[in-house]
Ligand binder design. Structure first.
Ligand code: PSU
Ligand code: MN
Length: 302
């Protein structure tokens, strides 16, 4: 019989035991969201950023069927460089474990594992959400339903701009997921600073976010996640005209090549990275590093 316990990295275990701040990090962004060889370098930079800001990074993924919270550098390299690493949402974890697969966890799976391990702050790039053609395809990321039932704060630059952002915000409301703008009352648009929608709540520093998290814990009434939406400064965003053109091409490519389901997001991100000649990659990396830094400061403030 296989032992299906979750393995904690040594640093993460020590930090959780002593109550030191820990930030969860996902691995799908490494295996499926960023191109090689930058993905491995960026994964290491994300961890270094979390450490510099005073927290312990816990990159989460699956190695040979074992869920690991706090992957080692060699394990991260494995997920970054190997072919056949599976994109794992929550529902995939058990079959992947039973067949001893190597897998990278999405926002949904990473948050579920993080909460199980006792980690309450998570940094990523952009959330999954409602896809633009969801009315006919029903394609809505499992990130949304996972966040509706998980007490975790997730620092992101909004939802990916490849999605129907308005519909995603409506679903977040329905599902009871909190959304607070970091230093803004406008919802960020991932590659773009502003997705064009107002927010009801904002917080201006890590302490203010930590206070919201403490209130939620004390009340023990709201069980869903808190999305901390951290926009890129305008001068660092992708050129909006370039963004709109590349996105339109990418969406047409999906149709032409018959891409559906879990391949849609990786396809569109890869299209951006090639069609912008790496400009979107630079922006994506900036987004993730800024979110990692903020998440660490929030974890330290709790
Ligand atoms: N954000 C990024 N890059 C990514 C993703 C998010 O900047 O690769 C990944 C996350 O793991 C997220 C997933 O959970 O895309 C959503 O995929 P889908 O739309 O198939 O649910
Ligand atoms: Mn989907």
């Amino acid at each position: 019989m296989i032992n299906h316990a979750i393995r904690l990295g040594a640093d993460v275990e020590a930090a959780l035991q002593s109550g030191a701040p820990v930030v969860a990090l996902e691995s799908t962004i490494i295996s499926h969201g960023l191109p090689r060889p930058a993905n491995f370098t960026v994964a290491k930079e994300i961890e270094a950023t979390v450490r510099q800001a005073g927290a312990v990074p816990a990159t989460i993924g699956m190695i040979a069927g074992e869920i690991v919270v706090g992957l080692s550098e060699e394990e991260i390299r494995h997920l970054a460089e190997r072919d056949g690493v599976i994109k794992l949402s929550v529902r995939d974890l058990a079959p992947a474990a039973a067949t001893r697969a190597d897998g990278a966890t999405t926002v949904a799976a990473t948050s579920a594992i993080a909460v199980r391990a006792g980690i309450r702050v998570f940094a990523t790039g952009g959330l999954g959400g409602v896809h633009r053609d969801a009315v006919s395809t029903f394609d809505e990321s499992a990130d949304l339903t996972a966040l509706s039932r998980l007490p975790i704060a997730i620092v992101c630059a909004g939802v990916k701009s490849i999605l129907d952002v308005h519909a995603t915000l409506e679903r977040l409301e329905t599902l009871g997921v909190g959304v607070v703008g970091y230093g803004t009352r406008r919802f960020p648009g991932f590659y773009l600073t502003d997705a064009g929608f107002d927010l009801d709540w904002s917080a201006d520093d890590p302490g203010a976010v930590a206070e919201i998290i403490r209130a939620a814990r004390a009340h023990d009434v709201h069980q869903g996640a808190l999305v901390v939406a951290n926009p890129l400064p305008v001068e660092e965003q992708l050129d909006p005209a370039l963004h709109d053109r590349v996105l339109a091409e990418g969406l047409a490519g999906l149709e032409r090549e018959g891409v559906t389901g879990k391949d849609v997001t990786p396809y569109l991100l890869a299209h951006f990275h090639t069609a912008t000649e790496g400009k979107s990659l630079d922006v994506n990396v900036r987004i993730i590093l800024r979110n990692a830094d903020l998440a660490a400061r929030i974890a330290a403030a709790i």
